[in-house]
Design a protein around this ligand. Structure first.
Ligand code: ADP
Length: 691
């Protein structure tokens, strides 16, 4: 099918004095409806030709055209088919034109009766894509064309469109001929479309139009349009007001990193902005039983509920919000079934909630949760307390939801800041510890090093030194070198344990065997010195324990070593094991030695703690032994502590160790880490030493 020529272009060729006008789609809709209503209201049987650009535009008007077809049998509807629209003769004629036809760009409505003639012939203006985005509202689509009551122009438009109709549907020739004869002036019929005749205006018999009903309807449409515009403006204004409110609250709460300040600003501004009677916020978790109201905004004359304990766990409203993960609104708290139902298992009965509602004079209620990434941080509540209930608007719920989201972000920021501060403090403390450690280690190493240096210098510079003195010098240097070696070794062991770079070789161990191994170690170490009496009360039939054997022997040996160091040879050392729970054993190394002051019972586990200080030390040692023991015991999930009745009343060192069994956790509480090569070889060396 050939493309038809633009009806507007043809009309303007015939009537060059006519200037096309610009119309918005909204105006064309109003004009078309007014013209159609004129037909519906009238009693004449006019020719009606409507050309819709697309099937979907026509579909919205199909019902109207069915009604129009009851007024006249000369009704033609043209449209570009999209789905079911096709050439058809039913109540009226439908003409499906080619989707490439110029008609797809045009909007036509021709109404031609004996007393009434009107036409709307327009062409859609194509707009740039960017403009289209601005005019995203369909009503802003622009057209250019002619709208007139001029009978001559209307007849000419009808003539052109009837020709197009016959072109598309030749079988309608007869019906169209009847229309031509009935509605068109003979002069129009004698022209050809390609070369339109210049028609003499004066020879036309123009029947008078009665525009009154048309104008009435048009006014109605304009009024309706205006009303829509006012509504749109109102909604825009309220949107703007809300956006401004959200922005101001967001800006205010983002300025603070103090959670309390954030919550107070939020309730204050939100309460003021929405003009509610009471606005409150409290922090809570999903599992909390209650919350304390800490922040509220009150309108004039409203009683404060600050400081009150709010039920959560048994509160069906709170639970519903948590389940829904969304806001909840109650317009009438007195009649709402959730607040009147008394059959709520495990939850506050409606009656109890009613008491709460009455005591706080809540009439309408809104609860909005504050979530951050699915985690409940708190709840915002809005209370209306007047004498009349109020219906919460969806917009208001949306606004409070938006504020709740902002509060969530602000609270998390504040939390992150507080964590950062904590972390900073921890880092500072760590830095202080590191500096202390460097100073102490430096001092501990320098002392024996100076002794060694003095001894070696004397030996080198005084060749005449007596052999006895020479031996003394050498022994002193060797002793201090050994002290340094121990210090370095203990220091490295402690660092490895503290950094978690130790691989635990957890196994089932016979405690008695480990005790005996550590006793022989201690005896070998103190060979030649008189030791206090050591009594081993550990029974043979104990359950196996779950630990790393080498480290267990190390702990026992260190505790026994200390007991030997701080107990005179007249004293006594006792080794005992008891089982306080079915899961663990408690090992005790007790002595009757010099004892520990009660206030030092914790401090003795600090690194480098020595009661006498390193320089005045008589018993030797590095001051790292107990710190190492604590790290080892923690490694298998146990605890270690000291007890003493004070100076010269002896000391008892206790530690717990898990029993080997299915009911025990499989791994030690500290994460198992890769051991360094150094720790492996060290452990191997120790194994040899032990056997
Ligand atoms: P070291 O024994 O090498 O000095 P430790 O860390 O093993 O280091 O012990 C730290 C301090 O705890 C000791 O210097 C001592 O003052 C005190 N201490 C440890 N065991 C006993 C004990 N059995 N009796 C009295 N004091 C003890």
């Amino acid at each position: 099918m050939s493309k038809s020529k633009s009806v507007l272009t043809l009309l303007l060729q015939i009537f060059p004095q006519w200037r096309p006008q610009m119309y918005f789609k909204a105006s064309l809709t109003a004009l078309s409806h007014a013209m159609e209503d004129q037909v519906l209201a009238g009693s004449e049987e006019p020719l009606v030709i409507a050309s819709f650009q697309k099937e979907r535009f026509y579909r919205q008007e199909a019902q109207r055209y069915r009604r129009i077809s009851q007024k006249s049998d000369q009704v033609y509807v043209l449209a570009a088919p999209e789905t079911e629209f096709k050439n058809c003769s039913r109540e009226y004629e439908t003409i499906a034109f080619d989707p490439d036809d110029t008609l797809t760009q045009e909007w036509h409505l021709v109404v031609l009766g004996a007393n009434y003639a009107s036409c709307l012939i327009c062409q859609e203006k194509s707009v740039s894509t960017s403009q289209q985005m601005i005019d995203d509202i369909d009503n802003n689509r622009r057209f250019e064309g002619i709208w007139t009551f001029d009978r001559q122009v209307t007849q000419q438009a009808a003539y052109i469109l009837l020709n197009t109709i016959v072109e598309y549907r030749p079988e309608l020739q007869e019906k169209v001929d009847i229309a031509r004869k009935k509605y068109l002036h003979p002069d129009i019929l004698s022209q050809t479309i390609t070369q339109p005749k210049n028609i003499d205006n004066t020879s036309w018999d123009i029947s008078p139009n009665d525009p009154d009903p048309f104008v009435q309807r048009l006014v109605t449409y304009i009024q309706a349009g205006q009303y829509k515009l006012i509504k749109a403006n109102r909604s825009l204004a309220s949107k703007e007001h809300k956006e401004r409110l959200i922005n101001s609250i967001t800006t205010a709460i983002r300025l603070s990193l103090d959670p309390n300040e954030i919550l107070q600003i939020a309730v204050q501004k939100l309460g003021e902005g929405l003009g509610v009677c009471r606005c409150l916020v409290y922090r809570c978790k999903e599992t909390d039983s209650t919350a304390t109201i800490e922040h509220e905004f009150l309108n004039k004359g409203i009683a404060s509920i600050k400081g009150q304990t709010w039920p959560l766990k048994h509160n069906p409203l709170f639970q519903e919000v948590v389940e829904l993960r969304d806001a909840l609104t109650i317009d009438d708290a007195i009649r709402d079934p959730r607040l009147t139902n008394d059959q709520q298992q495990g939850r506050l009965s409606g009656k109890s909630l009613q008491i709460l509602v009455n005591s706080c004079s809540i009439l309408s209620w809104m609860l909005v949760p504050i979530f951050y990434r699915g985690r409940l941080l708190g709840m915002l509540e809005l209370h209306h307390c007047g004498s009349k209930t109020m219906t919460w608007k969806e917009d208001d719920v949306g606004l409070v939801n938006a504020i709740a989201t902002q509060i969530g972000v602000a609270l998390i920021q504040a939390e992150a800041y507080a964590n950062l501060q904590d972390l900073n403090e921890q880092l500072e403390a760590l830095d202080r510890t590191r500096s202390n450690l460097v100073a102490i280690t430096g001092h501990e190493l320098r002392t024996p090093l100076s002794t060694i240096q003095v001894c070696l210098e004397s030996l080198a510079s005084e060749p005449d030194m007596s052999p006895e003195l020479r031996q003394v010098m050498l022994n002193t240097a060797l002793e201090d070198a050994e002290r340094m070696r121990k210090l370095v070794q203990d220091f490295l062991t402690l660092s490895q344990l503290e950094s978690g770079r130790v691989e635990w070789n957890i196994e089932a161990l016979d405690l008695q065997e480990c005790v005996e191994l550590s006793l022989s170690n201690v005896r070998a170490r103190h060979k030649g010195t008189a030791l206090p009496k050591i009594e081993n009360h550990v029974k043979d039939e104990l359950p196996l324990v779950r630990a790393d054997g080498e480290w267990l022997v190390e702990v026992l040996a260190k505790l026994l070593d200390n007991a030997c160091k701080f107990t005179s040879q007249e004293g006594k050392i006792t080794l005992e094991v008891s089982s306080q729970t079915p899961y663990q054993l408690e090992v005790t190394v007790a002595d009757t030695g010099r004892g520990i002051e009660p206030k030092r019972l914790e401090t003795v586990f600090d690194r480098f703690y020595q009661e006498e200080g390193a320089l005045r030390r008589s018993a030797g040692g590095t001051g790292l032994g107990l710190a190492i023991c604590r790290q080892i015991v923690r490694g298998w999930g146990g605890k270690i502590w000291a007890e003493s009745q004070g100076k010269d009343h002896g000391s008892q060192f206790h530690f717990t160790i898990p029993i080997y069994g299915d009911q025990m956790p499989k791994e030690p509480s500290q994460p198992t880490m890769r051991s360094s090569r150094q720790s492996r070889s060290r452990a191997k060396g120790k194994r040899k030493q032990m056997s």
